[in-house]
Design a protein around this ligand. Sequence first.
Ligand code: HH2
Length: 332
Amino acid sequence: MQAIAERLQPIRHALGARTLVMGVLNTTPDSFYDGGRYASLNAALARAEQMLAEGADILDIGGESTRPGAEPVPEDEELRRTIPLIEALAARYPNAILSIDTTKSRVAELALQAGACIINDISGMTFDPRMAEVAAQAGALVVLMHIQGTPRTMQLSPHYADVVAEVRDTLRAHAQRAEQAGIPRENIWLDPGIGFGKTVQHNLQLLRHLPTLKSLGYPILIGTSRKSFIGHLLGGLPPEERLEGTLATLALAVAWGADIVRVHDVQAAVRAVRIADALVRHSPNANDSLSLDRDSTPSDCDSFPSNRDSTPSDRNPFSMDRNQTTIDRKQP
Ligand code: HH2
């Protein structure tokens, strides 16, 4: 097996030039959207193959649901759900970039040995004190997410004096702790944790103010896929009917600075972020297509300011601030 640093090369190269898509693959019986669908090894392998064919840059494998109210899963069970799948994926798709979605250092350690190279930790490496050491020793990339409380309690009464400032400060502290533990800066991605101890209004504010989080200087990952705030904003739609709402959040998250999106629907997300990339990143592919488009001129493209050229502070033109406090206690 190639060293982790070598396996991470393709995403390092693409980062910033285009939005990376991380496909969700939960082997749990109870995840809020895909729970129970990929519990067998064969079903999970087939889904992985489909997501890779659809253009997923990373597959994020999870063996413990973190939906609101979820009970912790014993380590043995989480290992049983994830390690054989990672081994099988690494053997079948040696170039695939695999991420383990866990807060347990032992699960992360065995997942890295089995072929994963990213640790996606919703606790920002705070639930398990050994996590940072495991990541540093292996040379793994880490996704450090913000959460208020634990999955069991986080949606009971989320509260912040200033959600954007508090999430920014916590993420900065997570990154500093990671660097002190020996994880190099280029191996750290940050995530505001949409739906993790947040009301609808908190989620909206964090998305609108992504430039403030981006100003910390690390790549930003966003996980809005089919989450409950989208259902609430659309009059109570269930997870199965939240794809269009998800795509809207992806496009705007890219415009506001997201570098990686974590999604259940890879094909739809890839298509959405490619268009968002063409608009905000002026990606070379988009300019190639423009030259074939007789209704457009290059100046059509150039007339749109790119957020990436502006200062990272608050450049958000939308300043709605409704006092919506609805929260969902069963879905993130
Ligand atoms: N969301 C979920 C799980 N892991 N990791 C990061 N970094 N960011 C997220 O927003 C995030 C995450 C929840 O989604 P899902 O895995 O589909 O659900 P469940 O926790 O019920 O398995």
